[in-house]
Design a protein around this ligand. Structure first.
Ligand SMILES: Nc1nc2c(ncn2[C@@H]2O[C@H](COP(=O)(O)OP(=O)(O)OP(=O)(O)O)[C@@H](O)[C@H]2O)c(=O)[nH]1
Ligand SMILES: [Mg+2]
Length: 299
């Protein structure tokens, strides 16, 4: 049989587990995960290579009502993928059920999807009873554009093989777009920025993280193979800057050490990470700041 490739976009409300699923499919952490909504900000590509076929997943930001320019960008980044793929994977959180925002998502997808097949994944089934899963599946079965409903747990892996088997059917004959050993097409600077942001999200336990943007100023490679990465954490307020740096710069050091380990592990090289902190008020509404941080504001 000829080689097959399938592009699949993962779309859903914030926090339903889209990035967790993509990481599990790929077998490596390439998209950052947190227990806070709106963790993913840009579309992230994850490549799954198997004998005879390749599935290319697009992890997208959770769709919800936008609060600023970054939020508008995030929604567009998610919905724009629909026209580029062989299948849409629509994801729901079984532990929460189908909320108003999920209903709105279903309506929007129904209007926009055209002939592209839609597979629904009901995630976090490890947290609920079979009855709850059945109820959600029944609601979803009312939507004629949904071809399959697959209960899964992205965290434990339950049902994920079945989901892959379903999605594989939508792959089409075509070239192998990425080499076997490539799991993402994100450039090194983008991965560095995301790993720093994930570390900050984990270590700072309040509202600040959403106001954080990471700018990579420079990456250089020394003769002995060590990468020097210079990055700036941008905050929206002076008070936030103080918290990110912490007493005696302890917090900033911790963010730096943990992020460096993640980056070193991912790239298999030694890294010297230099972190700076600056204030840039309201950067989430600034076109120039968004461009600097890797978002295309000209949408
Ligand atoms: N119990 C359980 N938790 C899960 C499962 N999948 C994801 N989670 C958790 O749900 C939270 C959100 O996961 P993410 O993968 O970041 O969700 P997301 O949909 O990518 O979120 P955004 O990028 O913000 O839209 C994290 O705390 C995950 O650990 C699952 O199958 N079971
Ligand atoms: Mg995500």
């Amino acid at each position: 049989m000829n080689y097959r490739s399938g592009f699949v976009t993962i779309i859903g409300s914030p926090n339903v587990g889209k990035s967790t699923l993509m990481n599990r499919m790929v077998g490596q952490k390439i998209s950052i995960v947190s227990d806070r909504a709106q963790t993913t900000r840009n579309r992230i590509t994850g490549v799954v290579s198997r004998e005879g076929y390749q599935l290319i997943f697009l992890d997208t930001p959770g769709v919800t009502a936008p609060k600023n320019r970054l939020g508008e960008y995030m929604i567009k980044a998610a919905y724009d993928t629909i026209g580029e793929v062989d299948a849409v994977l629509l994801m729901f959180d079984a532990s929460i059920g189908i909320r108003e925002k999920d209903e709105l998502l279903l309506k929007t997808i129904g209007e926009r999807v055209g002939k592209t097949p839609v597979v629904a994944a009901v995630n976090k089934t490890d947290l609920v009873s079979l009855g709850t899963i059945d109820e959600i599946a029944e609601r979803l079965s009312n939507e004629s554009f949904i071809s399959h409903i697959v209960p899964i747990s992205a965290e434990s892996g339950r049902g994920v093989d079945k989901l892959e088997a379903v999605l594989k059917e939508y792959a089409v004959e075509g070239p192998q777009y990425y080499p076997d050993d490539m799991v993402t097409d994100q450039p090194m600077w983008a991965i560095c920025a995301e790993m720093i942001r994930e570390t900050a999200l984990k270590l700072l336990h309040d509202e600040i993280p959403h106001g954080i943007g990471i700018g990579i100023d420079k990456i250089t490679l020394r003769d002995d193979g060590i990468h020097d990465v210079f990055a700036t954490i941008y905050c929206e307020r002076e008070s936030h800057k103080g918290i990110v740096i912490g007493k005696g710069a302890v917090m900033l050091k911790k963010i730096g050490t943990n992020a460096r380990r993640e980056i070193e592990w991912l790239f298999g090289t030694q890294v010297n990470l230099q972190l700076y902190v600056k204030v840039r008020p309201d950067w989430r509404n600034s076109a120039s700041a968004l461009r600097e941080f890797g978002f295309d504001p000209n949408f």
